[in-house]
Design a protein around this ligand. Sequence first.
Ligand code: UVW
Length: 335
Amino acid sequence: MATMAMATMADFRSAAKRVSNWGRWGEDDQAGTLNFITAEKVAATSRLVRAGKIFPLGVEFGSSGPQGDFLYRQNPVHLMTVDGGDADAFIANGLAWDDNPTAKQIAETFAASPFRFNDDMIIMPLQAATQWDALSHVYYEEQLYNGFPSSAVSSQGAAHCAISAAISKGIVSRGVLLDVVRHRGQEVCLDAEHQVTPEELEAIAEAQGVKIESGDVVLVHTGWWTEFRRTGNRSAPVAGVNWRCAEWLYAHEVAAIACDNVAVEHLLTMDVEGMFLPFHSLCLRDMGLMLGELWDLRRLAADCAQDGVFEFQIVAPPLNVTGAVGSPVNPIAIK
Ligand code: UVW
């Protein structure tokens, strides 16, 4: 296995210039590489649906999820706000909830008929589980994608490059799975030193007999989610994508990339001296390419390995949360 040489900030800056899409779709553009998904591209995805097989790629949003290592990001807290089981207690206490209008209102509803209902709510970071990073999620040197000022993100959310910029694109496109696990002949790929390089992505595509086309959503299977489900180890190492893959995505005009690990890119070593998360920075800020994290690719990967078809229709709409810098998603691959 080749050892990666540490790159300099000068290397990073020249890569940033090469992958920059600033101005490519106009000075107001906030959709970035989703612009590669044309109407013709979407129409063509219908031909990829042959057997009617559905693969949900979302993980569970629950209290035993993968968050916890980063103290600013927690697992979802799911609470019941009304529970039909409350009915007896509410009715037994009579409608004597004079000092609690909410309880009184529910008690009256339950007392008036045999009708019962349950309501719930969830408190969670939008990045807690299967998610899209919006283009406003990451920036450096005070600028977001397309040169918008970082001050566009305030306590009121993102005024530019929010997740809403992706809504009109669906997101629907051709999806292509690149199965690193299968290619390496391993069950899971957790060797953080053995990063996924552009050369490896190219070799996998070739071995799988699939071509990456303009507007594709590329899914990279590393096995991290398989390991997490088996061990519950949220700190398991990540065999992520090397920062130089940003140039590979640019060359292929990829619309978005998603992975079954926590950050798409690997986290443990610093590959660009002085720059944290260089792949995030190049993709989100310079290229305008959204990242999907914590996608469950297990069933899809097994099916692709079985029928040898690594392309499919992908439907992955974010939630239209006002000003959000990311969104939960329940992506579906259809073959
Ligand atoms: C950061 O935590 C900055 O990024 P992500 O959630 O996209 O991995």
